[in-house]
Design a protein around this ligand. Structure first.
Ligand code: NAD
Ligand code: ZN
Length: 360
């Protein structure tokens, strides 16, 4: 039995419960989690934004150590330090064959089957096929990327979601180039990672935006050149900072129609507006036919940083180890499993950066 953070239903109180995980099947691996981040997508599982199956073990942003391998496992061995990739690619579906592993169709199958049982024998689902707010997980070997033991586990955990997503949105989705200007709206773990990624890409002007003044110092440490409090005139202010043009690229890291709209209007003609936030299906947004034509902007989303985790997690890990990508400002709270509900409260109030559960 291992301890895990379980949601019995949407809106119900969370509880640390004992769960039984299955033995690794062929190609599967048991990992002892060392560090797991609290991502807004975990909150979205229980606040009605998305509708997963319950009971549900939360968590998907994590790193740990391989402690048991099933038969036919070739990619990892006991003792390896691994980052968990919540979107492992099958390599065979139309998307994988088209070079888009982040859109792999296997994701749907993984999230729909239970994985383990609660103490009373009830089967439980695990978030995104992972359920990493737990002492251990059992996942397919394809969901693991080996990293150097020199990489601190808290940083390694961030590479599993916030950093791969934020840095990937900048480098892979928008392909930000040296000297360009960007704006990042929403400065949680994902947005701060996009700011750090923009600095790594050599962006000259990095405008960071949030509703919370708390975020200014964190954003500037990550590389922001300007900080603005979100307000209805945001696009005009961004235009005034950029010779009336707007920024080359905007990254919406909240998941709301009003901030997507603000990001869109803050983007220069011909620029790229990237929706990174995951919003709800009921939150509608509209565009006039004329503005779509006139502004010639690209509106796109970035799922998991449009990343190939097998390629990009080692690349980002090297940047962290060499000091060119500094993640120190992103983690503001090191907590235990029972503190996760308080971390969700901070998230609801826009306080702090990433909270990371450290398992000792
Ligand atoms: P978070 O809650 O830590 O951060 C969100 C930030 O947005 C907070 O700082 C908050 O103060 C700010 N904010 C809220 N309303 C705002 C507004 N109106 N204007 C400006 N700022 C506002 O969340 P996170 O973990 O960083 O995740 C951010 C978003 O990215 C979420 O929607 C999450 O589900 C999504 N996400 C997407 C992917 C992906 O694959 N694209 C991966 C991970 C997370
Ligand atoms: Zn996440």
């Amino acid at each position: 039995m291992v301890k895990a953070l379980v949601a019995r239903s949407a809106g119900a109180d969370l509880a640390v419960e004992e769960i039984e995980l299955p033995r690794p099947e062929p190609g599967e691996v048991r990992v002892r989690i060392a560090a797991a981040g609290v991502c807004h997508s975990d909150l979205s599982m229980i606040n009605g934004t998305v509708r997963p199956k319950f009971p549900l073990v939360l968590g998907h942003e994590a790193a740990g150590v391989v402690i048991e391998t099933g038969s036919e496992v070739r990619r990892v061995a006991e003792g390896d330090h691994v980052v968990i990739n919540w979107s492992p690619a099958c390599g065979e579906c139309a998307f994988c064959q088209h070079g888009e592993p982040w859109l792999c169709v296997t994701m749907e199958g993984v999230t729909s089957r239970p994985r383990g049982t609660l103490a009373d024998g009830t089967p439980t689902h695990v978030t995104l096929g992972v359920g990493a707010l737990a002492e251990e997980v059992v996942v397919s070997e394809g969901a693991l990327v080996t990293v150097s033991p020199e990489l601190p586990m808290a940083d390694a955990a961030l590479l599993g979601c916030a950093v791969l997503t934020g840095v990937g949105a900048v480098h892979n989705t928008a392909r930000v180039r040296q000297g360009e200007s960007v704006a990042v709206i929403g400065l949680g773990g994902v947005g701060l990672s996009a700011v750090a990624g923009a600095q790594l890409a050599g962006a000259e002007r990095i405008v960071a935006v949030d509703i919370s003044a708390d975020k200014e110092e964190l954003a500037r440490t990550c590389g922001a050149t300007d900080f603005l409090i979100s307000n209805p005139e945001l696009p005009q202010v961004v235009h005034s900072l950029t010779d009336g043009l707007g920024v080359n690229h905007t990254f919406e890291c909240v998941g709301r129609s009003d901030t997507i709209r603000a990001a869109w209007q803050s983007t220069r003609r011909g620029g790229t507006c990237v929706v990174v936030g995951m919003g709800s299906r009921d939150d509608k947004i509209s565009f006039s036919a004329l503005e779509l034509f006139h502004f010639a902007r690209t509106l796109t989303s970035s799922v998991y940083g449009s990343a190939d985790p097998d390629r990009d997690i080692p690349g980002i890990a090297s940047a962290v180890l060499s000091g060119s990508l500094n993640l120190d400002a992103i983690v503001t709270h090191q907590i235990s499993l029972s503190d996760v509900p308080a971390a969700f409260d901070r998230m609801r109030h826009g306080e702090g950066g990433r909270s990371i559960v450290l398992f000792t």
